[in-house]
Design a protein around this ligand. Structure first.
Ligand SMILES: [Zn+2]
Length: 426
């Protein structure tokens, strides 16, 4: 028995080391008429190579020592340019991605690794031969900077039961990063990923260096009475142009920076505003306002205490050259009810999901997102495998269970067994 046990262990280690890379996700996108993009998420970094097929209309990418979780997936595109894109397990060790094109295409691939919690993302671009390579500044995805307020020695506001703003906002920001990464449509970047202090200057510099399309700073609110509740959203206004209440809110967030930051915020203030004026401040502010309204709209459906207006205040962290940004105060940590809600993981995830939807809606309206190609290929038959369920099969082919039942005359007394063939088309 002992021997058998060791054999099992050996077998598992062997499997893991042989098939290091397992696909988690596979999606096909259309960037424009000249570029198709395939994204594949792997559990570890695969070895990728392009194979020459002799047929210039057949593009083949090989992933060595990799396993594809499904049998195969086929995207029939059938436009003037591409007939299909297919991925399948080629043999025991290799996955192959094949694209049949009408015109001559070339490929380019690169891998992205966010951090240890995220899978390896492989991006394969198919582009028409005549498209110049300079068009590719890999990866062509809009960057969204997620700024978790405070951190490290700066705790931010503190709730009645000792909840720290820096912890709550970091958790919301990390969930938002995950949501956006999984969407495959944007490249999210965090100003901090841990409980560390990051100075104001560094948050602004990072956002500007990354050429971000959007900046969102996540905070919790606080007041001395403990009665105020709900959400407030702010965009930048120059000093002196905000109402008293808004000036106070900005002073509160700015103060925590000036208390902890080595850089005197006033010096930075002047410099950054100088750049802003040069780079069409009004245009940036109007984009910020648009984004803020999209967020308010998104939250209105599910969150009762959402603000009705976009507020303007001189937040230092929003003084970004030419980049639209908002500061979102997700609840009052000083209020008992809000604090209790914010301590709930599901509630924080709900906030992150709602922000994600708003980010994607805003970028979609600006036509900055890739367009997902629907996998609408359905085979005539499907052979049931051990472990299959009707729900699983219906999800695989994006059909509803009732129509599968109807086509195959399945009722409560029917016996479904592995090996049986199910009709998927009438
Ligand atoms: Zn704050």
């Amino acid at each position: 028995m002992k021997k058998l046990f060791f054999l099992y262990i050996f077998y598992f280690i062997y499997i893991i080391s042989t098939f290091g890379a397992e696909t988690i996700n596979f999606k096909v996108w259309k960037a424009n008429d000249e570029i198709y993009r395939v994204t594949l998420d792997f559990s570890s970094e695969p070895e990728i190579s392009e194979l020459k097929s002799g047929n210039k209309n057949l593009l083949i990418i090989n992933f060595k020592d990799s396993i594809f979780r499904k049998n195969s997936e086929l995207y029939r595109i059938k436009d003037k340019e591409i007939d299909y894109i297919k991925i399948a397990q080629f043999d025991k060790n290799n996955i192959r991605l094949v694209a049949k094109t009408m015109k001559e295409y070339k490929t380019k691939f690169f891998t992205l690794k966010k951090n240890s919690d995220f899978p390896y993302r492989v991006i394969v671009d198919f582009y028409r031969k005549e498209v110049s390579e300079e068009k590719f500044t890999s990866p062509v995805l809009p960057t969204v900077v997620i700024d978790a307020g405070h951190g490290g020695k700066d705790p931010g506001a503190i709730g009645k039961t000792g909840t720290l703003e820096k912890d709550i906002v970091l958790d919301i920001a990390l969930s938002l990063e995950k949501e956006l990464w999984e969407s495959g449509k944007v490249n999210p970047i965090m100003t901090r990923e841990k409980d560390v202090f990051v100075g104001l200057k560094d948050r602004v510099k990072l956002t500007e260096n990354k050429n971000a399309e959007l900046f969102i700073s996540i905070h919790n609110n606080a007041d001395t009475t403990g009665r105020a509740r709900g959400y407030r959203i702010y965009i930048l206004s120059e000093d002196g142009k905000a109402d008293k209440a808004e000036q106070l809110a900005a002073a509160k967030e700015n103060e925590s920076f000036s208390n902890f930051d080595e850089i005197k915020s006033k010096v930075l203030d002047k410099n950054v505003l100088g750049i802003l004026y040069d780079l069409k401040l009004n245009q940036t502010i109007s984009q910020s306002s648009k984004f803020a309204h999209v967020i308010l709209e998104g939250f209105r459906e599910d969150f009762k205490d959402i603000d009705t207006q976009v507020r303007r205040a001189p937040f230092h962290v929003l003084k970004l050259a030419g980049i639209p940004g908002v500061l979102f105060e997700c609840g009052f940590i000083s209020n008992k009810t809000d604090e209790r809600l914010l301590k709930n993981k599901f509630y924080r995830e709900k906030i992150a999901k709602t922000i994600k939807e708003s980010v994607l809606r805003y970028l979609e309206e600006k036509k900055l997102l890739l367009c997902e190609v629907k996998n609408n290929y359905i085979p005539d038959y499907y052979e049931i495998k051990p472990g299959d369920t009707l729900i699983k099969i219906s999800e695989q082919f994006k059909m509803d269970v009732d129509s599968i039942k109807k086509i195959n005359n399945i009722n409560e007394t029917s016996i479904i067994y592995a090996g049986k063939k199910l009709k998927l088309k009438i």
